[in-house]
Ligand binder design. Sequence first.
Ligand code: ZN
Length: 212
Amino acid sequence: MLYARDEKGGRVRATTAARASCPQCRATVIAKCGEHVIHHWAHKSSEDCDAWSEGETAWHLEWKQRFPACRTEVVMGDHRADVVGVNGCVLEIQHSALSSEVIREREAFYGNMVWLWDARSFWERISVRHGRMFTWTQWRPTMGACSLPIFLDFQTVRRARGVLFRIDRLERAEWQSKDSASTWTSTRGDGEYVKTGDFVTDINWKRPEVLV
Ligand SMILES: [Zn+2]
């Protein structure tokens, strides 16, 4: 996590000298101040008290850093929402694949939320025509469980720096494609490129408008 709780109950960033606790379970946390990854805090035991927390990848930390501290890692019941927008819309910043069950559970828990998925590893399998219609081969069928807005981040693609792809319509009906070696599952739908800066502004000021 980017922020921990200091002795006075304030939010504190990780430095080698700082002492702090987890804002949720109050256990002592350790400052991770390496050279490569953004400085952050970690629980002493490898287990995070929030079962939904995923390992802090540089991608995840960089995203959280784009939002004001008071809106980041907000404790809600047993969970810490990555970001809570000004009107209560939760932004879930998700690097790892999730099961359909977990996706549904998370949407039901937060209610008002949008997904931001790390699409760097599968973006090559998505082809976008006319900036809107896309086909996605070897897709992640569990993502069909998402009923709330989905944004894909594929920042490593050179020509697409500074933009995200917002999925407006995703066909849940899958079809099988086949070549001599394997069978895979594809899907298709519509969406639109959005500027990352606009997306960040929208999360801070309003819930991004998406037709699903
Ligand atoms: Zn904790």
